[in-house]
Design a protein around this ligand. Structure first.
Ligand SMILES: [Zn+2]
Length: 306
């Protein structure tokens, strides 16, 4: 009896583990077939040059970085139904909170651009065509669609490239709790793409390669950031109430992946997004100061010499 109990306690869980933990190649093929849910629309292409992971020397702190930001609000054809100043301030407050730890700040241009188009107003998923409205070269264009709380389809966000100088965000999460995306760190996720960050599960995407759990290949694979653990792709399967994940995946060396369920650049539930890693912060700062598209958006404050 005792032997049987020991057998059940040790051997059975081992086989259950084998059954539930898929090697990465199997996991990837399976998920890609299912067209798993996420909230970023489309596959952004890489905007050349793709900069390398910054070296320790390049990561040296060089003071606060201020980026110019232009806001575009989509309203109906009568100029109604757009986000209110309080709603806009709420979304900008989330950006400020998430980027402040890395001394990255956004300075909003005073003039707000309104796009009064009924078709865009009613679009629950948004469209890349919105980026043709008043784009700027010297700042990041943020396009905010109405919240559409009544729509049954999921919303999301989009950047056209990584990095980028424009993104939009629309609608709400389809998984409970069905939060409005612009009221969560999903807005920081899109800004993170603009500043050179890939998904932590970039291995699943076009041009991506598998990052090992031991991080030996973290510079050239995964999200190219070494302090973010290998992520097989969470695809909104993280429970929005408890922020727990029931999935299991092994890397090609048989190591169990333990993705960061709170990383803003993952596909965790938006409610569970709390932070960027130090490495992601360093990569964004490097991109802002070295990528030609983003350097143009940087505000250099004149320091008066007395
Ligand atoms: Zn994304």
């Amino acid at each position: 009896m005792k032997t049987t109990s020991i057998f059940l306690l040790t051997v059975v869980p081992f086989f259950l583990f084998l059954l539930t933990s898929a090697p990465y190649a199997v996991w990837k093929a399976d998920r890609q077939q299912q067209d798993p849910p996420g909230f970023c629309m489309g596959q952004p292409r890489v905007a050349e040059p793709l900069l390398p992971t910054p070296t320790a020397e390049q990561r040296l702190y060089q003071g606060p970085l201020h980026l110019r930001v232009y806001l575009h609000i989509i309203r109906n054809e009568n100029g109604e139904g757009g986000l209110t100043p309080d709603q806009i301030a709420e979304s900008l407050g989330i950006l400020e909170k998430d980027f402040r730890p890395f001394d990255i700040f956004f300075e909003l241009e005073e003039e707000i651009f309104y796009i009064d188009e009924q078709t865009l107003f009613e679009d629950a998923n948004g469209t890349a065509a919105v980026f043709n409205n008043n784009p700027h070269e010297d700042g990041i264009d943020i396009y905010l669609f109405p919240d559409h709380p009544g729509h049954s389809t999921a919303g999301g966000g989009m950047v056209y490239t990584i990095p980028a100088a424009a993104f939009y965000i629309v609608g709400r999460c389809i998984e409970d709790p069905k939060l409005i995306y612009r009221r969560t760190s999903a807005i920081s996720h899109e800004m993170g793409h603009c500043l050179g960050l890939f998904h932590t599960h970039h291995a699943m995407e076009q041009g991506g390669c598998e990052e090992l759990v031991n991080r030996n290949n973290c510079i050239e694979c995964g999200d190219f950031v070494c302090d973010t653990p290998a992520d097989p792709g969470l695809f909104l399967e993280v429970d929005g109430a408890s922020c727990t994940w029931s999935g299991h995946a092994l890397d090609s060396q048989g190591q169990e992946m333990q993705p960061d369920l709170h990383n803003i650049m993952s596909y965790t539930h938006p409610r569970c997004m709390t932070h960027f890693s130090e490495g992601q912060g360093a990569r964004m700062r490097y991109y802002i100061t070295h990528h030609p598209m983003l350097k143009k958006c940087l505000i250099t404050h004149q320091i008066s010499k007395k």
